[in-house]
Design a binder for this molecule. Structure first.
Ligand code: PLP
Ligand code: COI
Length: 359
């Protein structure tokens, strides 16, 4: 892919950048540039470019605004102590985006082009990759996304599609850092059904989660847990994270895939925890098993994981029938978190070959 680059004439000045990187928060500050490439059936992917970050001009009839034909990815670039900048498993995000493309009837973006696009933006905006002094977990959050930009109100797969990448310096996703998050169990809303879009990373899944998330806030909880749409019995995932359950014999369970988003953090933890000597199973996990397991002490830890939130202990679960208390420990959760971020920040050997150097 041939990328043309037009640099901004008004880069963020050093003082302002230092201020942003000091306390980036999540998803509010953006870098100086963005990547764009367009697709049509006749020309395929074309006109790849990096330009100054700025608003889009979109026709009011653009299909994405009406029928939500849109997908996205979430990934991060990390600065190591020697100043180099690395991405974590970008090919895995590229492959997941291809699967999302297929489900949303969008044109596939070749994995190599995806990785090239993301790396090119990180390189141009490398000043925005925070350095990590002390225990910080700052990184550059990358948001590749693809949408139906065709001006047409008929309901069919769009014939003009745009893929973009934007980037945003990020600190902890939750204000409390790695403090346990409280969860609300929604028994009214589901995020996925058989044959639906649960396994695709598409905006519609997040739109449908918001009413349940609002309910979670109203119950004083940080996040919402969804059950399966068929029987309302099995734990699926949170609005933006996968889940893990740790047993008193050291074994670990994570809900099986099919209707959940196949998290890259989730799959990395399967490998990492395995290497740490834990037996990891992907299977159906009933909500009653959670309730009973915490009560009997068989379940010692519950945690959630994802790119934005890394690995976060789960505290109490609030349900309409009463609370399931926080499990006894967060010990293994924190060790898994440590093992993962140590690889990401170059403090541990990358034995799985997950890191890709950009700068
Ligand atoms: N589940 C949902 C619904 C998500 O939005 C995310 C976040 O990306 C995840 C799980 C975790 O996926 P990953 O580890 O690839 O970030
Ligand atoms: C991510 O972790 O990348 C997510 O997509 C979660 C949320 C910010 C949507």
């Amino acid at each position: 892919m041939q990328i043309t680059t037009t640099l901004t004439s008004s880069p963020t000045d050093d003082a302002r950048l230092a201020e942003i990187l000091e306390n980036p928060g999540f998803g509010t500050h953006f870098t100086d540039h963005m990547f764009t490439v367009e697709w049509t059936p006749t020309d395929g992917w074309h006109d790849a470019r990096i330009t100054p970050y700025g608003p889009l001009t979109l026709d009011p009839a653009a299909a994405v605004l009406h029928y939500a034909q849109e997908i996205f990815e979430g990934m991060k670039a990390y600065r190591h102590d020697d100043g180099s900048v690395w991405m974590f498993r970008p090919e895995a995000n590229a492959e997941r985006m291809v699967r999302s493309c297929d489900r949303l009837a969008l044109p596939e973006l070749p994995a190599d082009d995806f990785v090239q696009a993301v790396a090119a933006l990180v390189e141009v905006d490398q000043r925005f990759v925070p350095s990590n002094s002390g225990a910080g977990e700052k990184s550059l959050y990358l948001r590749p996304f693809m949408f139906a930009s065709e001006k047409f109100l008929g309901v069919r797969p769009a014939e003009h599609v745009t893929f973009m990448v934007i980037a945003s310096p990020a600190g902890a996703y939750f204000k409390g850092g790695a403090k346990p998050v409280s969860l609300w169990l929604t028994e009214e809303y589901t995020r996925a059904g058989r044959g639906g879009m649960g396994a695709a990373k598409t905006g519609g899944n997040y739109a449908s989660s918001l009413v349940a998330q609002r309910e979670a806030y109203a119950h004083g909880c940080d996040q919402v847990v969804f059950l399966d749409g068929q029987e309302g019995k099995y734990v699926e995932e949170l609005g933006g994270m996968n889940m893990y359950f740790v047993f008193d014999d050291g074994s670990i369970v994570t809900p099986e895939t099919g209707t959940i988003l196949e998290g890259i953090t989730r799959s990395s933890i399967i490998e990492l925890a395995g290497k740490m000597g834990h037996h990891v199973t992907e299977r159906k996990f009933a909500i009653d098993e959670w309730r009973d397991g915490v009560a009997s002490g068989r379940i010692t830890e519950v945690f959630a994981c994802g790119t934005a939130a890394v690995v976060t202990p789960v505290g109490a679960l609030r349900t309409k029938d009463g609370d399931v208390p926080a499990p006894a420990s967060t010990d293994l959760t924190m060790r898994i978190r440590e093992a993962l971020v140590d690889v990401q920040f170059g403090r541990a050997d990358d034995t799985f070959g997950w890191m890709k150097r950009v700068v």
